[in-house]
Design a protein around this ligand. Structure first.
Ligand code: DAH
Length: 344
């Protein structure tokens, strides 16, 4: 019997296992119910063994069992660690072409926002930022909105809290107030950011969009400075033949106020679908800061004057890339976004 154990020990040690198939073969041969070790145990009558070697014989038999079991477990672990389809003979074909790693691109809104502010940066404007959750003072009161102005009503503004009101900012003009509160003139800054309005979502309106706000405060700032700044911007942004025009308008925080149009750069002012045959497209509002706004921000309107303007980034992006539906910007459809991969 001891010889048989010795022989089995040797064959188990020598059994080479390189794959899961071979491991299974090993298990069947030695560890299964009908395997060699179990059959040996079963077919052996201990009564026939001399009492003095009974103990050592039992130990040897156990050792054999443990040896087979450990070998099985160790190799099983090794094979599993190499992956489900582990095959140590598998070769890597280094001549195969690699799988291209597709790079993402920037969102068109980010692309255009950067285009806009690099133009203003070159004119000496700094970049400033403010919170999207605003108090009533910065979004309305300091900007000279009368108490009962319709823009404060529920249909336009998302209120987070009432009395005192906390709102999602409805325009980036709130950043003007924050900058003027914290800096002394001369101030020349632009503030891009996300704004919110309680509007039904359609191809032409959204409850969330982006604006870029401009502000210039110094001694002797005039409407001519405003016109010149926006004229230069339009030429840089839309092409050197671009013309601008101002139409009288109203904003509580500017006096006089204007709506700004540029000559349609698609048809060069001849009339097309984009400009609705008028030859002009609107890009934003502007005006001279109302003295009340300067006073609300602790700037003396007798010494300083200033201009401000605000533009919709979506609007400019839609014009520039002839995008017809505002909703495309927020749907994250890669077929749309991919088209801007190489836009600069
Ligand atoms: N805040 C205005 C709006 O959301 C846009 C605007 C108009 C901003 C005139 C200005 C400005 O700074 O002077 O419609």
């Amino acid at each position: 019997m001891l010889d048989k154990i010795k022989e089995l020990t040797q064959t188990i040690e020598a059994f080479s296992i390189d794959s899961k198939e071979q491991l299974e073969q090993f298990r069947l041969e030695y560890l299964s119910k009908k395997g060699k070790i179990t059959s040996m145990f079963d077919g052996f009558d201990f009564k026939t063994v001399a009492p003095e070697i009974k103990k050592s014989m039992g130990q040897e038999m156990n050792k054999l069992k443990v040896l087979a079991q450990t070998k099985f477990e160790e190799i099983q672990e090794k094979l599993n660690a190499g992956g489900a389809d582990n095959n140590t003979h598998q070769k890597i074909d280094t001549s195969l072409p690699s799988i291209p790693n597709e790079l993402g691109g920037r969102h068109p809104i980010s692309v255009v926002r950067e285009q806009i502010y690099t133009v203003f940066e070159r004119m000496g404007f700094s970049l400033s930022d403010g919170p999207e959750i605003e108090d009533d003072f910065h979004n309305f009161t300091a900007l000279n909105f009368p108490e009962n102005h319709p823009a404060r009503e529920m249909q336009d503004t998302f209120f987070i809290e009432r009395n005192p009101d906390i709102v999602l900012r409805t325009h980036t003009s709130s950043v003007q107030v924050r900058v003027m509160e914290n800096q002394k003139p001369p101030i020349r800054t632009i503030s891009p950011g996300r704004v919110y309005r309680n509007e039904a979502i359609s191809a032409r309106a959204h409850c969330m969009f982006h604006q870029i706000e401009g502000l210039y405060v110094d001694k002797n700032v005039s409407f001519a400075d405003l016109k010149n700044t926006l004229y230069h911007f339009s030429k840089e942004m839309f092409g050197k033949d671009t013309q601008i025009r101002f139409r009288p308008s109203f904003f509580p925080f500017t006096e006089p106020s204007a709506e700004m149009d540029i000559s349609c750069f698609i048809c060069n002012g001849k009339g097309c679908n984009i400009c609705k045959q008028s030859g002009w497209v609107e890009i934003g509002g502007a005006g001279m800061l109302d003295p009340n706004v300067l006073t609300n921000c602790n700037i003396d309107p007798k010494v300083y004057s200033g201009f401000a303007f605000g533009m919709g980034i979506e609007r400019i992006t839609m014009l520039k890339y002839q995008i017809k539906d505002l909703r495309l910007f927020t749907e994250n459809d890669v077929r749309f976004l991919r088209q801007f991969k190489h836009a600069e």
